[in-house]
Design a protein around this ligand. Sequence first.
Ligand code: ADE
Length: 606
Amino acid sequence: MTDASGQIRLASAHQQVVASVGGVGGSGIVASENLSPGQDSVSKMGVSPPPSKTPAKRSPKDYIFGKAIGEGSFSTVYLAKYIHSGKEFAIKVCDKRHIIREKKTEYIKREKEVLNLLASVPRLTAPFFVKLDCTFQDSNRLYFVLSYAKNGELLHHIEKVGSLDVPCTQFYSAEVLHALEHLHSLGIIHRDLKPENILLNEDMHILITDFGSAKILSPDDEKEVEAECSDDVDTDSSNGVDEENGAARRARKRRNSFVGTAQYVSPELLTDKPVSRCSDLWALGCLIYQMVAGLPPFRSRSEYQIFQKILKLEYEYPDGFSPVAKDLVEKLLVIDSKQRLGSKDDLTGEHGGYHSIRSHPFYEGTNFDTLHCSSPPKMYPFLPKTSEHGEMRSDYSVPDNLEPGLDDRQLTRLLGLDLQDATPVATVPVATSPPPVTPVKKKSTAGIVSGRTGIGELLWGLPKETVEDVEARRRRKMEAQLCEAKWHPFVEGKLIVKQGLLDKRKGLFARRRMFMLTLGPHLFYVDPVAMVLKGEIPWSQELKVEPKNFKIFFVHTPNRTYYLEDPEGYALEWCQAIQDMWTYTYGILPPVNSDMSSNPSSSGAS
Ligand code: ADE
């Protein structure tokens, strides 16, 4: 390729980008260099220009740009305030050169085309899409001014609470289904539906975003899809493993041009079959699975292995998965797209919709037409029910008439052992020395085990032990653990105050990890088989522990609740050690009543 031809290509690509960000609705798009000086000074003064018939010309100077709230491969989304009204928007800023270099002009054009289509044909009962307010550009960048989804990504919320309970899953998946009915009735396939692209507005209703991978079906495409759907020969189900490997290989070959997200991609997208609306129904199946279980159904270290699992329909339902949700997911995660629930539904006309999905028992009692004006169910931190234990909800929003702290009285209350004890509330301890490496304090959770009245033994069936027995056992255990030098490399030389194997639960999945509480403070966790540091629970003054019983406790952080299970039954000791560390670090008792279960911040969990 010569320089000259390269330049020509570059020039035409640049024209494409500039053209693609043309007008939207009545807002008007004008390059900032077109702004008159008068307008510019009006913007600077923050004074609204007099109303005129022609739409106001926008430029970056009409907005105060705040923090970055999203990052794409060639764009950054900023929270911004329109200076003339104070209204908040999310502005997607795309670098023109980067778009040209990465050959993403089609992506930009498609995104704008879909957003314009959605704005021009709104459906009152399905306002479930980010709205494009206007677009404009300057010499280097394109700007998409979008409605601001104050509560961030659905993914963040699923990760914060671990998994959603059935009412939440019903509600949010019903909103997604209703949104898809509208999108598909307009001939638009999203093709990258995933919890990162489902945002939540101020009222916790969904706003689907990111239409860059979307396909707008042309009449020819529609015909191809129809022909494919009326094809009676089921070629998919006769495929053998060799064929699957071939398809996975082809998919791997195309990996560089692969646009969706591996975990949610449908088998037909991997096997070069014509794309249809059913691809989004597959993604809906993955999404419902993830809401219930906490993780997507097809998981692996590499994209290639994920593709292979998808093509072989290789996934499992963990213990505790709601049977009615399982039935629905099974009917959506069907390799042959023609056999997928909803594939034969008619979306056209006033009464069109995915009626076969709507009428599945999972949605019993759901009124799809009033979802947008109903109050979404609250997402609570909870541990879903498994065959081992019942569902556990968080008592996180504690009533403010209760005493602060986590001494044995509070632990007893949290365990549901209401002793009606009139002992005075402990005064605020002053932290002057490090928390005990070998706990020796009389005021410890051991008090619960032996119990002032033996109630711990009665309720929990534990053998009676004296405080001294418990402390001696604990000391022996701590000493043995401290001897295990093999863990020290993971804690960067910090003193380990407590360590032990805990099952870290995420939704319905559990992984055993070696947890180490160190000075700093830090709460590191290591994969004990691979001997790899997997992460740490981020400490802050907002960190709180919540014991549920002798095995299970929750650690709440602003961005996530960690569900931990001590198979040996020392959950209360973990809580005490973490609480001691908290008191030592912050020197005060933890605040009560800061309800972190609602409206979490939009930053990602660690
Ligand atoms: N991240 C990406 N787009 C967003 C939007 N419209 N609102 C909030 N966060 C976002």
